[in-house]
Write a protein that binds this ligand. Structure first.
Ligand code: G3P
Ligand code: CA
Length: 293
């Protein structure tokens, strides 16, 4: 073999070998909806450390560099969308009653942080006392286009026009349409009807079908084919996941973001199965897990 050919052969062999030795890495450069991007979704904010759905919780999530702030929506008696998980204010404020029976002014009187200090004495913080319930509008105004939002329509059957109001809020804050990052807002719901309605109203807005444990355990290829017609992914209860059903979902070209995963062992296992991100109350823990892979 001529010297130059031998040199070329050696260089090519090195190139191929070094390519093969590159460890699998999690890309942070792909767009948000890329299956190669692993997303940290701050579930109700950094809600393991601060009262859920409050400004304190969302600010902490942004400090932890979460990819998304997760918001659950409820609607007040006078038609305002607020960010709250439950249909009543009882668990997460010092008030009582159904959100649908209270006006925004009444809900704004409530303390949405003291309960956290009482429930988590080891994580209590004086700053949490007097945190207020936030409207969707307030969250979007405060964080603007700097952040990405993963928004759940909760109990849409209970709240007329929830989807229209959500879209109006996104439009007002320039988070709908061509001036947004790809995937800057994802809409999630357990309600297929709500997602189908949104698909008609805003077909380009990415949607994720949430699945409870029973639904995920019994999911069929036909159901996944149908979900694929209106959603970019599914958000299943993580306890229902196996290597097989994760691959089944992924083989349909769907993203997979399990909820709500709070310990490192589960996080690592789910990434090994092929999850493309997850909801967690501890975004810092998942960031560490991602960095260690
Ligand atoms: O939205 C994903 C996960 O949050 C669904 O459960 O009850 O915490 O809203 P939940
Ligand atoms: Ca949720």
């Amino acid at each position: 073999m001529k010297k130059s050919r031998l040199l070329a052969f050696v260089l090519l062999s090195f190139a191929l070998l070094s390519f093969a030795w590159v460890p699998a890495t999690i890309s942070a450069h792909e767009h948000l909806l890329s299956p190669d991007r692993i997303l940290t979704v701050a579930h109700r904010g950094a809600s393991g450390y601060a009262p859920e759905h409050t400004l304190a919780s969302y600010k902490l999530a942004t400090k932890m560099n979460a990819d998304y702030l997760e918001l659950d929506l409820q609607m007040t008696k006078d038609g305002h969308l607020i960010v709250m998980h439950d249909e009543t204010v009882d668990r997460t404020t010092n008030g009582t009653g159904w959100v649908k029976d209270l006006t925004l002014a009444e809900i704004k009187q409530l303390d949405a942080g003291t309960w956290f200090n009482e429930a988590n004495p080891d994580r209590q913080n004086a700053n949490y006392i007097g945190q207020r319930v936030l409207t969707l509008d307030e969250v979007l105004r405060y964080f603007g286009k700097r952040e990405n939002y993963y928004i759940e329509t909760k109990k849409p059957d209970l709240y007329p026009q929830m989807e229209e109001k959500l879209l109006a809020a996104l439009k007002k804050h320039h988070l709908l349409g061509k001036h947004t990052r790809k995937g800057q807002v994802i809409i999630q719901s357990f309600s297929q009807d709500s997602l189908l309605k949104l698909q008609k109203l805003a077909p380009r807005l990415p949607k994720v079908q949430l699945l409870d444990r029973t639904q995920m355990t019994s999911i069929t290829d036909d159901q996944l084919d149908f979900i694929k017609t209106y959603a970019v992914g599914v958000g299943p209860n993580f306890r229902a996941l196996t290597p097989e059903n994760v691959q089944q979902v992924r083989s349909h070209g769907l993203l997979l973001h399990p909820y709500t995963v709070n310990n490192e062992t589960d996080m690592t296992r789910l990434l090994q199965y092929g999850a493309t991100g997850l909801f967690t109350n501890y975004p810092d823990v998942f960031q560490r897990v991602k960095a260690s892979l």
